[in-house]
Design a protein around this ligand. Structure first.
Ligand SMILES: [Zn+2]
Length: 69
């Protein structure tokens, strides 16, 4: 499975659709881009947390596909 240096956050919604926010590094800044809706945001700290927030709020996507048992 992916290492800790993942450059994207993917979550599934209740319909089994995958939504992905990509994390790009630009110096100390990180920029987030959502594949689903084109949402963008800069984040200096905790970019993955902000990505998860967006996925949950905008797409109701909260299921982590890498967390399967
Ligand atoms: Zn989005």
């Amino acid at each position: 499975m992916p290492s800790m240096t993942t450059s994207k956050v993917s979550r599934w919604d209740q319909h089994g659709r995958e939504h992905i926010v990509r994390v790009r590094r630009a110096g100390v800044q990180r920029s987030l881009v959502c594949d689903t809706c084109g949402w963008r945001r800069g984040a200096q700290f905790l970019p993955w947390l902000k990505a998860e927030e967006h996925l949950a709020e905008a797409h109701q996507a909260t299921l982590d596909p890498s967390a399967e048992s």
